[in-house]
Design a protein around this ligand. Structure first.
Ligand code: NAI
Length: 409
């Protein structure tokens, strides 16, 4: 069934050098009217560019403010081709009836792989050996250099990354334990530990994979480090504020911790023009990276595919599964029926009025799907037995609280 509009007329704007995989997915779904920019746009430049745009793809730099969203009267869907969505005024997008999609898991494997590489590097003390050689010092010695096989890895936060890491670490012969505040199904031979402190005490390497919350802020401080085995290693590829960086620097200087691999910092430079300042600078047993745990070409490609797929499913079918600000509706195909998608304010009586419109036209409602959140309702109705569903458009617009209606036919 064709859409109620020509797919080639759907204007798509992709900013910030989004992976070509996104274009490929959109094109193969029939959406060819795609304009791409390598950089972010801001202020009036963004507002002007948004005129007539129905699909917007951004990464983390473009700030999609209330003003920008309000001015984009044709905008139907936003894809954040990244993990975070703080750059979008999600509340305003919701009020405008615009679902926002992202790719929360596409870089999971990249982080887990880098953590594995760091576990081995720290246990072998190669960061220090590397720096010594750069200074002309030949430190050929086995002292303090250990295999990972048979050692204990303690994972804090057994979510997407924590579970992937556990699978990879087990393949290296590590004994893996995890601590999580939620009950999680252990994979392979990995075992849960009931207290965080116990995990710290038994682990040769502790790897942090928790979100930034009030409960995780400084969850590794001087007290927790003291509980860790002498000579243990710490990995933080989660969020900078999870570790008290001063306390970590002290433990690395004193040698209580043999090494640490840190990718995220409480204070990170906004660009390469800003200096990186940290008490970890100059410590040879600190393996530092500039928040690149999830930054690989594969992750960028996967993000392009995942977000573009979600956009296509929303425009073609109405499915909102995975939207960060919108009620989730997973929809079947609708052969032989027109699909009418209505987004409305979540106020009493809208559904009744909507169905009254269909009843009056003697339309056969073949299926109806409704999801609401505190602010909006999203109702999808499959209609058969009417000649032209466009007859409903004007009537649905007059229902108080109706924000927008789309018709797929
Ligand atoms: P996730 O949400 O799948 O897993 C987080 C887990 O931590 C959940 O199982 C949750 O129950 C658990 N948790 C929450 N509070 C806890 C606490 N106080 N103690 C123990 N467990 C707790 O998240 P995902 O995708 O695994 O990401 C983990 C972290 O990695 C996030 O902070 C994310 O921002 C970060 N990340 C960093 C990247 C980088 O480039 N360095 C790239 C991707 C993610």
């Amino acid at each position: 069934m064709p859409l109620s509009y020509d797919k080639n007329k759907v204007r798509i704007l992709l900013l910030e050098g989004i992976s070509p995989t996104a274009r490929a997915v959109l094109k193969s779904a029939g959406y060819t009217n795609i304009e791409e920019y390598p950089k972010a746009l801001a202020g009036n430049d963004l507002i002007e560019k948004l005129a007539g745009v129905r699909v917007l793809g951004i990464r983390s730099t473009t700030q999609l403010s209330k003003d920008a969203l309000e001015s984009a009267d044709k905008l139907m869907v936003v894809g954040c081709f990244c993990i975070g969505t703080n750059q979008v005024d999600l509340g305003m997008a919701l009020t405008c009836g615009i679902p926002v999609f992202n790719a929360p898991f596409a870089n999971t494997r990249s982080v887990a792989e880098l953590a594995i590489s760091s576990i081995i590097a720290l246990m072998r003390r190669t960061p220090e050996k590397n720096l010594a050689l750069h200074r002309g010092i030949w430190t050929k010695s086995a002292k303090g250099s250990r295999e990972v096989r048979g050692k204990t890895l303690g994972i804090v936060g057994y979510g997407n990354i924590g579970t992937q890491l556990s699978v990879l670490a087990e393949h290296l012969g590590m004994n893996v334990y995890y601590y999580d505040i939620e009950k999680k199904l252990p994979l392979g031979n990995t075992r849960p530990i009931s207290t965080f402190h116990e995990l710290l005490q038994i682990s040769d390497v502790v790897s942090l994979h928790v979100p930034e919350t009030s409960g995780t802020k400084n969850m590794i401080g001087a007290k927790e480090i003291a509980l860790m085995k002498p000579g243990a290693c710490l990995i933080n590829y989660s969020r900078g504020k999870v570790v008290d960086i001063e306390a970590l620097a002290e433990a690395l200087k004193s040698g209580h911790l043999a090494g640490a691999a840190i990718d995220v910092f409480p204070k990170e430079p906004k660009s390469k023009d800003e200096e990186f300042v940290s008490p970890l600078r100059g410590l040879d047993n600190a393996l530092l990276s500039p928040h690149v745990g999830g930054s690989t070409e594969e992750a960028q490609e996967a993000i392009g595919i995942e977000v573009a797929d979600k956009i296509v499913r929303y425009i073609d079918n109405g499915s909102t599964t995975g939207a960060v600000n919108f009620p989730h509706v997973a929809l079947p195909q609708h052969p032989g029926a027109y699909r009418i998608l209505n987004i409305h304010k979540n106020i009493p009586g809208v559904l009744g009025q909507l169905n009254a419109v269909f009843a009056e036209a003697k339309a056969n409602v073949a299926g109806q799907f409704l999801q609401t959140n505190t602010e909006i309702g999203y109702v999808v109705t499959d209609i058969a037995g009417v000649g032209d569903p466009e007859i409903f458009r004007a009537a649905l617009k007059t229902i108080p609280g109706s924000i927008r209606t789309r018709i797929l036919h």
